[in-house]
Design a protein around this ligand. Structure first.
Ligand code: ZN
Length: 317
């Protein structure tokens, strides 16, 4: 879509809590940035309005340079029909379910607009500007409040026939665990490897560790558990070891099915890498085919919170 050096994409990352926006050029450089709370109402036009205001604010700030704006590319926390620009289902923003968000933005702004799922956009961002630069076939696993996934095969994002592919977080890794998942199934990777899961597992295991530092800390968050683990707290270490085992089982399955060059692990839980890496890699070694396990690189993401914005921009370019 863009060729000129001054061309820009207005990328917007629509989270359940925050709406982050940036302008990105064709080389992946971010210029303007802004952040606000995501409107929480029941009217999807509130979200359209927030994005339109952000674009107008940028136009006012940038003046003549805003002439370079060629498209709007939006990252959505849910399933989208990318070719239609429609949100299918966004569990944290249910007002968008079934809403033609891309055409609503085009009508308001006079610019082409596209949508992409957040985990897919993050995979594209990491391939373009992050850990997976130069790769062709990668899997990106995002460990946040939930567990998301993006799969790129031979340089192409794999969306599946309904745009709902790569739900890596809902791969079953424990049929006997009985832990219910928000998707309606049980024993999904998400209930063992997300930030939410780490907090739940710590709570469940805490009676067995009366001396744990976590009893003294106020609100137990994944970050607090990680901090305790760094101080050698046995409860925290046990939780990250368990999480690493389940994640490794999931990755081994993906490796055997897709034979990727790289798996990029993104999301806030990556902060705990040093505490789960060994158990994750051990499961991969034990369960994946040796040839495939030797080939794949498992790396931490490099784009941080910008992966989705960068991926969205790349998809628009
Ligand atoms: Zn699930």
């Amino acid at each position: 879509m863009t060729n000129g050096s001054k061309d820009l994409i207005f990328a917007a990352d629509l989270g359940g809590t925050h709406l982050r926006v940036a302008t990105v050029d064709a080389r992946g450089k971010i210029h303007f940035r802004a952040k606000q709370h995501t409107p929480q109402g029941t009217d999807p036009n509130d979200i359209v309005g927030a994005i339109v205001r952000a674009v107008n604010e940028y136009r006012k700030t940038a003046g003549a340079a805003s002439e370079g704006l060629k498209a709007v590319s939006l990252v959505v926390p849910g399933t989208v029909r990318a070719e239609e620009g429609t949100v299918v289902k966004a569990p944290n923003l249910p007002c968008l379910d079934g809403f033609p968000l891309a055409s609503a933005l085009t009508n308001e702004l006079g610019l082409p607009a596209i949508l992409e799922n957040d985990a897919n956009a993050a995979a594209v961002g990491e391939l373009w500007q992050g850990a997976a630069q130069g790769c062709r076939t990668i899997i990106c696993v995002t460990l946040g409040t939930g567990v998301g996934g993006g799969i790129i095969l031979d340089g192409e994002l794999w969306r599946g026939v309904d745009g709902a592919a790569a739900e890596i977080g809902h791969m079953c890794v424990d049929p006997f665990g009985g832990v219910a998942c928000t998707c309606g199934s049980r024993g999904c990777l998400e209930v063992f490897a997300s930030a939410t899961a780490i907090v739940r597992m710590a709570r469940e295991a805490s009676p067995r560790h009366p001396d744990s530092l976590l009893h003294a800390s106020g609100e137990v968050t994944a970050q607090a558990i990680f901090d305790a683990g760094l101080k050698g707290d046995e409860l925290a270490l046990e939780i990250f070891r368990r999480m690493g085992v389940y994640l490794g089982i999931g990755l081994a399955n993906l490796i055997n099915i897709l034979n990727p060059e790289m798996i990029v692990i993104a999301g806030g839980v990556v902060n705990g890498w040093d505490l789960f890496e060994r158990d994750m890699l051990q499961q991969v070694e034990e369960r994946a085919f040796p040839l495939l396990a030797a080939r794949v690189k498992i790396e931490r993401a490099k784009c941080g919170d910008d992966a989705g914005l960068l991926g969205a921009a790349r998809l628009a370019i």
